[in-house]
Ligand binder design. Structure first.
Ligand code: ADP
Ligand code: MG
Length: 397
């Protein structure tokens, strides 16, 4: 069942509060380091403006502490400036979220106008879901749109209590959330087989529930990244000085039992003399990691094997880099997976903070079906969780 969409809302002459996720990576001087999340919201924003609606944008940025001086870098001025460039219309930035500036700016809004409110997490009521705060925020607008996929797993006021302030027929999801949910539906309910999951990244402990949920659905689970060594050690294979979660060996063993033949561990590894650029490297077989070696990436035989499986798949979901890809010498495995996904005719989805960053860095983000804008939200959805923020948006009638 699909949710009521922004495209279903009658927005002409209406002020539409759009909860966006402009929680962008920042440069050291508070600029926008990566505007992917801002660009991702543009289809929803344009859809409202083009139909004669006006926009009241609400977002968080970073983790404000409550101390105004320390929180200054989390003001949304740089985000507002970047949005104005991207959308090509004036954007009015309010200095508060529900205070006099916000109220005045929203009162003056005309069709086609855009106001962005100050960082919603500057208000204590946001985290606590305070209904009084929600009432004041909702009072600024006529309807509500959730296009903040990256925040959908949070129960904060602007995600749950605010939409509840509007009549159900004035709540909707945006185009981005719609697209993310469509892909998740494919991954969780209607995958085309062969269905392949590729999991890597820093820790197996972050991904246990995802693996438990996906293993029931996929045909293959290809493992890479640092979690490899926890699985190997759990099997009694020596891993040298590679990263390992020594307290997760039992968990790794039970995941191995649960997954059986579906779970594939790397056939070879790129091992380095130190976990940093410039270290001496060598390729070794699955169970041949030297005592003083650090496993930093999957090896070439694994790249070829995983690549072939991905190219023949019907659906591929990928989370977690195959190695420490931030160092060029350890990026081959991650790049090989990205290239195989780009070359595959399967439905291909990538999610997770660093995974998305990696595929962007390789210039292949446009060659896969979808790169999720949600790190935590994407993983929680793959765990099989449902979100309160979406439960409050009615199904399409
Ligand atoms: P995502 O954000 O995509 O979910 P994670 O947060 O789980 O991914 O993990 C990403 C991090 O894992 C990367 O920063 C990468 O450097 C690190 N990593 C992957 N493989 C290794 C490895 N073999 N050794 C050290 N770090 C690794
Ligand atoms: Mg991460």
């Amino acid at each position: 069942m699909s949710k009521q969409s922004v495209r279903d809302l009658a927005v002409a002459g209406k002020k539409v509060l759009v909860r966006v996720d402009f929680n962008v990576p920042q440069t050291p001087d508070g600029g926008v380091a990566d505007d992917r999340r801002i660009r991702a919201a543009l289809p929803t924003l344009r859809s409202i403006l083009d139909r004669g609606g006006s926009l009241i944008l609400v977002s968080h940025l970073g983790r404000p502490t409550g101390d105004p001086a320390a929180d200054a870098p989390f003001r949304l001025d740089a985000v507002a400036a970047r949005l104005q460039e991207l959308i090509g219309r004036p954007v009015v930035k309010a200095g508060d979220t529900v205070g006099p500036e916000a109220r005045a700016a929203c009162a003056q809004l005309q069709p086609g106008g855009i106001v962005i409110l100050e960082n919603v997490r500057f208000n204590k009521g946001e985290k606590t879901g305070d209904p009084e705060f929600a009432r004041r925020l909702a009072g600024l607008a006529d309807c509500y749109v959730n296009d903040a996929f990256g925040t959908c797993h949070r129960d904060e006021a602007s995600m749950v209590a605010v939409p509840q302030q509007f009549p159900p027929d004035r709540r909707a999801i945006g185009v981005l959330v719609e697209k993310e949910l469509m892909i998740l539906d494919t991954l969780l309910r209607y995958p085309k087989h062969a269905y392949v999951a590729v999991m890597g990244g820093a820790k197996v402990s972050d991904k246990i529930t995802v693996i438990e949920n996906l293993i029931k659905k996929v045909d293959r689970l290809l493992i890479g990244g640092a979690m490899t060594y926890t699985f190997l050690q759990a099997q009694g294979i020596a891993i040298g000085r590679s990263k390992v979660e020594a307290d997760k060996l039992d968990v790794a063993r039970s995941l191995l039992d649960l997954a059986g033949e579906k779970l594939v561990l790397p056939a070879d590894h790129l091992v380095a003399s130190a976990p940093e650029a410039g270290a001496a490297t060598q390729v070794v077989g699955r169970a041949e990691i030297p005592e003083d070696g650090f496993g930093m990436d999957i090896g070439p035989a694994t790249c070829a094997e995983y690549g072939a499986i991905i190219k023949q798949a019907g659906t591929v979901v990928w989370n977690g880099p195959m190695g420490k890809f931030e160092v060029e010498a350890f990026a081959h495995g991650t790049r090989a997976i990205a290239e195989a996904m780009a070359a595959s005719s399967a439905v291909t989805a990538v999610g997770g903070g660093e995974s998305a960053e990696a595929i962007e860095k390789f210039g292949l983000a446009d060659r896969v079906t979808h790169v999720s804008t949600g790190g935590g939200a994407f993983l929680e959805a793959l765990e099989g969780k449902s979100f309160n923020s979406l439960a409050v948006i009615p199904d399409r009638s």
